[in-house]
Design a protein around this ligand. Structure first.
Ligand code: ZN
Ligand code: ZN
Length: 68
């Protein structure tokens, strides 16, 4: 598998939106607890890790970073 494809896979959210479709949102990483996920209105996606204010849902830190 090409490196670009691996990178694209790891950087896209694999969660499911409310409507049932795959999210494919950009994935971010929490610099405090390491949680990975997309940024959404809270409750919008099963793979969500951050709310719209960039706050980590798991630990509450404002330490959102780009996913490798
Ligand atoms: Zn966190
Ligand atoms: Zn998502």
């Amino acid at each position: 598998m090409a490196y670009d494809q691996l990178k694209a896979d790891s950087a896209l959210c694999a969660g499911t939106r409310k409507a049932g479709q795959k999210c494919n949102g950009t994935v971010h990483v929490c610099g405090a607890c390491g949680a990975r996920g997309c940024k959404q209105n809270q409750g919008s996606c099963t793979g969500q890790a951050f709310d719209v204010l960039d706050r980590c849902i798991q630990c509450g830190a404002l330490a959102m970073q780009p996913a490798g």
